[in-house]
Design a protein around this ligand. Structure first.
Ligand code: AMP
Ligand code: TRP
Length: 355
C-alpha cells in the first residue's frame, strides 16, 4: 500500500532577531532531522509582509535567517534551503487554500487574535490568511512532518483541516485522475492528494518562556531585551541575562513534579536539558536540591558553549551575501521543480485550464 514519502518541511520568518526559543523550538530540531529525512527549510519572507508591510531591510533579514540555518549546521547540499518568494507556487496554492478554508477557521487562530490586537478590522487581510499560506508552504511539497515550536500547533491543525477538506471536496477528481495516495488516519485507510501532516513538537523545551516572566513565551517582540537570549548575543550578555533571569527563592526540586507550580524554574531546567541534549529528569538528578546561584552559572556556561560558535559562524556567513544568495537561488531551483509538479496536478484536480 502506498503512503506519502516522508518529507520534512519547516520555515522561519525573517522578522527581528532570532532567539533561544527559535533555536531550541526550531533550528536545533531542523539540524537533528537532516540525517534521517529528506528536508526542505524555507525562509518565509512573504509571511513577513502580513503584520508589517514596509520593511527597511527585508532582504538582509532573509539572508540573516539563511545564515542562521547554515551556522546551526544545516547542510545546503543535503537539504533544500531557499526563500519562499522565489517559488511563486506558494502564493498560488495559498489562493486555492483561501477558497478551501473558512473565514471562521482563520478567526479562531490565537496568533491572529494576538497579532491583530483590539483593532481586528484594521489588520491586513494577509494576517488573517497567514495560515493558508503556511499550509501552502507545507502541502506544496506534500510534506509529512513539520518541526516547530509549540506555538505553531494550532496552525498545523489547520493545515490538516485544509488538506482534509481539499481531499474530500475533490475526492472524485483525485480518484479519477489517479492522483490519490493511500494513507492511514487513525485506524482508517483513506485516499487523498495531500497528506495529513504531523507536527514535530516534542523535546524538553517546546515552548521556551521569557526570562523575565515564566508565563509569557520568549519572543522577538518583547520590549525587554533581558527577556530573551538572542542568537547574536556575546558571551557576557548571555551570562548577564541568565544571572538576571527571574527565579523563586527555593532551591531546585529533587523531582520533576516539584517544578509544577514553578514556571521560571521549569523553564531554566528545560533550556538546560535542550541545550545539553538530555532529558529534564537528568538535569534534576544532577542539580536537584542546589541553589540557583549554582545552577545559573552552569547554565550560562552551557549556553555560551553551544551558542557562541553559532553566532560567530553566523557573522562570518552574513559577511558574504553573495554566498548566501547562491545557496538560496540553487535551493529555489530545486524547490521549484517539486512545486511545479504539484501545481500541475492541482490545476488538473481543480479544473483550471492551462493548455
Ligand atoms: P517565528 O519566529 O515566529 O518565525 O518562529 C520560528 C520558529 O521558532 C517556529 O517553529 C516557532 O514555533 C519557534 N518558536 C518561536 N518562539 C518560540 C519559543 N519561545 N519557544 C519555542 N519555540 C519557539
Ligand atoms: N508560522 C511560522 C512561525 O511563525 C512560520 C512558518 C510559515 C512555517 N510557514 C511555515 C513553519 C511552514 C513551518 C512550516 O513560526
Amino acid at each position: 500500500m502506498s503512503e506519502f514519502k516522508q518529507l520534512v518541511f519547516s520555515g522561519v520568518q525573517p522578522t527581528g532577531n532570532l532567539h533561544l526559543g527559535n533555536y531550541l523550538g526550531a533550528l536545533q530540531k531542523f539540524v537533528a532531522l537532516q540525517d534521517s529525512y529528506e528536508c526542505i527549510y524555507c525562509v518565509v519572507d512573504m509571511h513577513s509582509l502580513t503584520a508589517t508591510l514596509v520593511h527597511d531591510d527585508l532582504m538582509d533579514q532573509t539572508r540573516g535567517i539563511a545564515a542562521a540555518y547554515l551556522a546551526s549546521g544545516l547542510d545546503p547540499r543535503k537539504n533544500i534551503i531557499f526563500n519562499q518568494s522565489r517559488v511563486p507556487q506558494h502564493a498560488e496554492l495559498a489562493w486555492i487554500f483561501n477558497c478551501v478554508a473558512r473565514i471562521g477557521w482563520m478567526n479562531r487562530m490565537t496568533q491572529f487574535k494576538d497579532k491583530a490586537g483590539k483593532d481586528r478590522e484594521n489588520a491586513s487581510l494577509g494576517l488573517l490568511a497567514y495560515p493558508s499560506l503556511m499550509a501552502a508552504d507545507i502541502l506544496l511539497y506534500r510534506a509529512t512532518h513539520v518541526p516547530v515550536g509549540e506555538d505553531q500547533k494550532q496552525h498545523l491543525e489547520l493545515t490538516r483541516d485544509i488538506a482534509q477538506k481539499f481531499n474530500n471536496d475533490f475526492s472524485e477528481r483525485i480518484a479519477g485522475l489517479g492522483y490519490g495516495v493511500e494513507m492511514t488516519v487513525g485506524e482508517e485507510r483513506v485516499n487523498g492528494f495531500f497528506p495529513l501532516t504531523e507536527p514535530l513538537i516534542e523535546g524538553p523545551a517546546p515552548r521556551v518562556m521569557s526570562l523575565r516572566d515564566g508565563s509569557k513565551k520568549m519572543s522577538k517582540s518583547d520590549p525587554s531585551d533581558l527577556s530573551r537570549i538572542n542568537l547574536l548575543d556575546d558571551a557576557d550578555t548571555i551570562a548577564r541575562k541568565i544571572k538576571k533571569a527571574k527565579t523563586d527563592p527555593e532551591p531546585l526540586p529533587s523531582d520533576l513534579e516539584g517544578l509544577a507550580a514553578r514556571p521560571e524554574a521549569e523553564n531554566l531546567v528545560g533550556i538546560y536539558a535542550a541545550l545539553a541534549g538530555v532529558t529534564r529528569e537528568k538535569v534534576i538528578s544532577e542539580f536537584g536540591g542546589r541553589q540557583f546561584s549554582d545552577f545559573k552559572p552552569a547554565l550560562a556556561d552551557l549556553a555560551v558553549e553551544k551558542l557562541a560558535p553559532i553566532s560567530q559562524k553566523m557573522k562570518r556567513i552574513k559577511a558574504d551575501p553573495g554566498y548566501i544568495d547562491g545557496i538560496l537561488r540553487e535551493g529555489g531551483e530545486r524547490a521549484s521543480a517539486k512545486a511545479e509538479a504539484t501545481m500541475k496536478q492541482v490545476h488538473e484536480i481543480v479544473g483550471l485550464l492551462v493548455n
